[in-house]
Ligand binder design. Structure first.
Ligand SMILES: [Zn+2]
Length: 228
């Protein structure tokens, strides 16, 4: 319902794999969720508590979490609220059909990821408006998250397949490794790691690299690599 409405009405989000988004999309999400999940109580409470409209923005620098919600009181005692969503976390991930886990839920595409992040931030906003404070590490928040949205965990973290893989291995770019290919043991250095590693093996038949050496490139599943 929210997803279909965003896809139908947003100028920039016309596909779940959208490449650009603007503040208006966050506004569209806010209106949708407020109507369908909060019975317009968020906008009503905002109007009652603050003369300043809710600020919704994308941040190019926010990397520590998918989003941040703040409640600010200025020197004259005026309250304002802001939800900021991380551009790098959404746009560096979900590339080429990659999925990621957000708030404990697998997200198949970028729009899914954005919605899960936004839902988490809306619960912060809801708590701020209802109680003046909000903490997603506390049971109250987690209960709300589970009942409102079925979120399985409270962390803002976004876990990608690559991060999951790196957490399970000590292999890193630069590691010296050996592996068997066509019955022969080869030794080389990991150049890149994704779900497999790219290993460069010194070879006169290989391509010349910037360090002056010639290397053949092998794609090897991590499980078959032994660190030297
Ligand atoms: Zn949180």
């Amino acid at each position: 319902m929210v997803r279909a409405d965003v896809l139908a009405r947003s100028r920039l989000i016309q596909s779940p794999h959208f490449l650009r988004s603007a503040e208006g999309d966050l506004r569209l999400l806010f209106e949708n969720y407020d109507r369908h999940f909060f019975g317009n109580t968020l906008s009503a409470a905002l109007r009652a508590q603050s003369p300043v409209p809710l600020a919704l923005d994308w941040s190019g620098r926010l990397r520590s979490s998918g989003g941040v919600t703040t409640r600010l009181r200025n020197r004259r005692g005026v309250l304002s609220f802001r939800i900021t969503v991380s551009q790098p976390l959404l746009f560096d991930n979900f590339r080429n059909g990659e999925s990621a886990v957000v708030v404990g839920l697998p997200c198949a595409d970028r729009l899914d990821g954005l919605m899960r992040i936004f839902e988490h931030e809306l619960l912060h906003l809801h708590e701020f408006l209802a109680f003046g404070r909000s903490n997603c590490a506390r049971p109250r928040f987690q209960k709300l998250a589970a009942t409102h949205f079925g979120h399985a965990e409270h962390r803002h973290r976004l876990i990608t397949p690559r991060q999951r893989m790196l957490a399970q291995t000590t292999l890193r770019p630069g590691s010296l490794v050996r592996f068997v290919r066509d019955g022969q043991e080869l030794r080389g250095r990991i150049n890149r790691i994704h779900t497999r590693a790219t290993v460069l093996v010194a070879s006169s038949k290989g391509q010349r690299y910037t360090d002056g050496g010639r290397y053949e490139k092998f794609y090897v599943p991590l499980a078959l690599l032994k660190e030297i």
